[in-house]
Design a protein around this ligand. Structure first.
Ligand code: NAI
Ligand code: MG
Length: 351
């Protein structure tokens, strides 16, 4: 038996509906693969912020440090500004635990039509590797002359050799374990300092991965190509901002944001990694029990893979593919009438 301690942070809205579904799937799969999972659940959320003035306790990060992984639902609540929920919980977790890879796999499944006419099931299967702790989302900058005609704002993008190298190296390694093709997102024609540096690092690191074919595309052209020919891609590596934008585009192209998973990885395992669906708390449908749990369930599979249980993870992604291909059971976002529970039941039947 291999034992792991998992911190559950359901968060707000549908986060509290999809995380129990993911846990049911984990509890079905784990024992059969000799995996013991012990959970503790934390109510850190916007509701906690409204009641107690903080998204998490002051020692929240110290508490999380003791866990092997964090499984998060979603945070966000009408009435609490989104930067509060983001900078009060998710970003401190990502940065303190050096989760410098944000990994987002994208697949068009048989049984889920893509909004793109030519995106065939099975053919579209790629991953976006987003740099997750530096780049354009830095805290360096400021504002001057607030409210005056001379008002100005400056925000610095920070690209370090260590920060770029480790995420690009991870992406090359991932590509080597897949179809062996890497695309680097750049904009070195318009952004004349950081992006040429990014390109140089990619070219130098490529030499360490002779088995991977690679090229680079300017981010604007790449966005167009992801729509026109998504089946051409295997692994796309991008800076924090570019990766953020591309990964929502890519999630949409797979048919529903409710399916897309994400992993915030500290690949060395020095700190816990965090797994979360790409979607937010969906206040428009929260409380009705109709959220699509697939993003959370697939994220849980990525967690098992990260913890060294690739076979158990494959069993879950196999069941996801099977329930979509072989049944018509769907939550409303995919055109069906099933509740979160009914859909989860249907998926459990394939495990
Ligand atoms: P959202 O992802 O919550 O919702 C966008 C649309 O997709 C909504 O119509 C929603 O009903 C639908 N949707 C999302 N997930 C679904 C699921 N699993 N099943 C069925 N339908 C689903 O994004 P939105 O509306 O921009 O943000 C709502 C709140 O969530 C905000 O407070 C935002 O800051 C927060 N948020 C949090 C994230 C996180 O915790 N990582 C990520 C994105 C947004
Ligand atoms: Mg985003």
């Amino acid at each position: 038996m291999k034992n792991h301690r998992i911190a559950l942070v359901p968060g707000d809205g549908i986060g509290t509906e999809v995380l129990p579904a993911a846990r049911r799937v984990l509890d079905r799969v784990a024992p059969r693969h000799g995996i013991g999972l012990a959970y503790d659940s934390f109510d850190w959320s916007c509701e906690r912020y409204l009641a107690e003035g903080a998204m998490m306790p002051a020692d929240g990060l110290d508490t999380l440090r003791a866990y092997d992984a964090i499984l998060l639902g979603a945070v966000g609540y009408p009435g609490v500004p989104d930067h509060v929920s983001l900078w009060g919980l998710l970003i401190p977790i990502r940065r303190t635990f050096q989760q410098y890879v944000n990994l987002r796999p994208i697949r068009v499944f048989d049984g889920v039509p893509s909004p793109l006419r030519d995106a065939a099931a099975g053919a579209v299967d790629f991953a976006i590797v987003r740099e997750n702790v530096e780049g354009e989302y830095s805290e360096i900058g400021g504002r001057l002359n607030r409210g005056l005609p001379e008002e100005m704002a400056v925000q610095e993008a920070v690209f370090t050799r260590k920060g770029v190298d480790r995420v690009v190296d991870y992406a090359f390694g991932l590509a080597a374990s897949r179809r062996g093709v890497l695309t680097s997102a750049t904009k070195s024609n318009g952004i004349v300092h950081t992006m040429p540096f990014w390109d140089e690092r990619v070219a130098e690191l490529a030499a360490r991965h002779p088995g991977v074919r690679w090229d680079q595309e300017h981010i604007d052209a790449l966005a167009a190509k992801l729509v026109l020919a998504p089946d051409r891609f295997d692994v796309v590596v991008a800076s924090n901002l570019f990766g953020d934008i591309l990964s929502d585009l890519a999630a949409a192209l797979a048919g529903s944001i409710g399916i897309a998973p994400a992993a915030n990885l500290n690949p060395e395992g020095a700190f816990p990694s965090m797994f979360e669906p790409v979607h937010g708390s969906a206040p428009d449908i929260a409380g009705r029990g109709i959220a699509n749990p697939l993003g959370a369930i697939w994220s849980a599979a990525m967690m098992l893979e990260h913890l060294g249980h690739a076979e158990a993870a494959d069993r879950i992604t196999g069941a996801i593919a099977a329930v979509l291909a072989e049944t018509r059971v769907r939550t409303p976002d995919l055109g069906g009438t099933a509740t979160t529970d009914e859909f989860t039941e249907a998926l459990l039947a394939f495990l």
